[in-house]
Design a protein around this ligand. Structure first.
Ligand SMILES: Cc1cc2nc3c(=O)[nH]c(=O)nc-3n(C[C@H](O)[C@H](O)[C@H](O)COP(=O)(O)OP(=O)(O)OC[C@H]3O[C@@H](n4cnc5c(N)ncnc54)[C@H](O)[C@@H]3O)c2cc1C
Length: 386
């Protein structure tokens, strides 16, 4: 067993860290305040492979190993939560399904645009009445007419659609077929009948656009516009989310690390009762707990990524990594504010923003409750009990 990153992974971390601290961290408060991402930085990310982490090189991607991909997202989150969410959704939800199930024509059409750093990918699963229970609740539907799907419905809480050349859309295409009655359709935003609504006003991650989308009789060519096998949309979704959970775990670790770094810096400077607060035992306990939990979360995330890379089963481990890391981010960011006292409650210090940003991580790409269901189901299966 080897707990060391290899040379390539270590060098990748250093390069991405330096880039993010220079190009993202100084602007993160501004991104949060204005709601606009720093496109100047996103364009440059393509040179580090961050806009095509899992995409083959022939389509402009970097095709890095899964641990390096997690490291990349962790470092982006350490600098700017909004950018991290959009880049994670772009890679894990927008690019991955096309790279995994796209035909050569679909890959050639969309992937070079997506990896260029000029556009971001989007996957539309959630609806106003369907989140955790997609198979039971998705109403967006399509029927075939003259070689086209005719798509109608409404998606909600979708990351990046306003920046995406193609919105991968989970659609009910056979009402009688249960979980085998869904397909992933490739919807281009400028197709007639597509409306992308203004970004939601959110608690955090304000630079990452989250939008509703309406489809009214949108006509999509069946052959060019079906991603993967028709009828296997739910299966493709589940596989996509399994990988996506590692990316949310990685973002959680990055956000927790950023809050922790700020807290220990502050604790060594702030004086109370004649000494830096870092010398008071109650503060040291918070520092010790944070260091321990971030390390444990990081190991879970890297292990899930490593299993994925090795082609081994990783569903339970990805759920564990996402569940634990997101809850660690909550605790560490909470304590970071506590260590800052009143200043932690002010927008002048980054921990206030990080606390708001991390709050999504126990919700997006499967809530903590759903992760526990996934883990428990796998454990029961392993014991031959289900
Ligand atoms: C900023 C942001 C970005 C997002 N980006 C995307 C995106 O790009 N694409 C996309 O498709 N979606 C996206 N989402 C949606 C997100 O994935 C969903 O919100 C999430 O899956 C939860 O669904 P829901 O909000 O409908 O909650 P619900 O499913 O309604 O759940 C509500 C509560 O009930 C609990 N619950 C539900 N079922 C069970 C159960 N069986 N047992 C126990 N508890 C249960 C949940 O854990 C939760 O606490 C985004 C959301 C946000 C806020």
């Amino acid at each position: 067993m080897d707990f060391e990153l290899n040379d390539e992974q270590r060098m990748y971390r250093e390069a991405v860290h330096d880039f993010c601290q220079k190009e993202l961290a100084p602007y993160a408060a501004d991104v949060d305040e204005t709601g606009d991402m720093r496109w100047e930085a996103i364009r440059k990310m393509s040179t580090l492979g961050l806009t095509g982490l899992m995409v083959p090189e022939e389509y402009g991607g970097a095709d890095v190993d899964a641990v390096s991909a997690a490291i990349g997202l962790e470092e982006i989150a350490r600098a700017c939560g909004s950018t991290a969410l959009s880049i994670a959704a772009h890679n894990g939800l927008g690019c991955f399904p096309i790279a995994r199930w796209g035909t050569p024509d679909q890959k050639a059409k969309y992937l070079p645009q997506l990896t260029s750093g000029e556009k971001l990918g989007a996957l539309a699963l959630t609806e106003p009445d369907a989140g955790s229970d997609l198979a039971g609740g998705v109403k967006t539907n399509a029927y075939q007419d003259n070689g086209h799907w005719v798509l109608n419905g409404h998606k909600a809480w979708i990351t990046n659609p306003k920046y995406s050349p193609v919105i991968i859309t989970l659609t009910r295409t056979d009402a009688e077929a249960g979980t085998r009655g869904f397909s992933m359709l490739l919807v281009e935003p400028d197709m007639d009948g597509v409306t992308i609504h203004p970004p939601e006003k959110k608690m955090g991650l304000k630079g990452s656009p989250t939008q509703q989308i309406t489809f009214e009789d949108v006509r999509i060519p069946v052959e060019a516009g079906t991603l993967g096998e028709a009828g296997r949309g739910v299966h493709h979704t589940m596989e996509t989310l399994d990988g996506g959970r590692i990316t949310i775990g990685a973002i959680s670790v990055g956000l927790a690390q950023a809050a922790f770094d700020a807290a220990i810096r502050y604790a060594s400077e702030r004086q109370a009762f004649g000494k830096p607060i870092a010398q008071h035992q109650a503060i040291q306990w918070m520092i010790a707990d944070g260091a321990l939990e971030i390390e444990a979360a990081r190991l879970l995330v890297y292990r899930a990524a490593w299993l994925k890379q090795e082609g081994k089963p990783f569903v339970k481990e990805a759920a564990m990594a996402k569940l634990y890391a997101s809850e660690v981010a909550e605790r560490v960011a909470f304590n970071a504010i506590q260590i800052h006292g009143s200043y932690g409650y002010s927008r002048e210090f980054p921990v206030e923003r990080i606390y708001r940003d991390q709050r999504l991580m126990t919700i997006g790409e499967g809530t903590s409750q759903i992760q526990r269901l996934v883990i428990a189901r796998r454990v029961m299966e392993e014991h031959g009990l289900q």
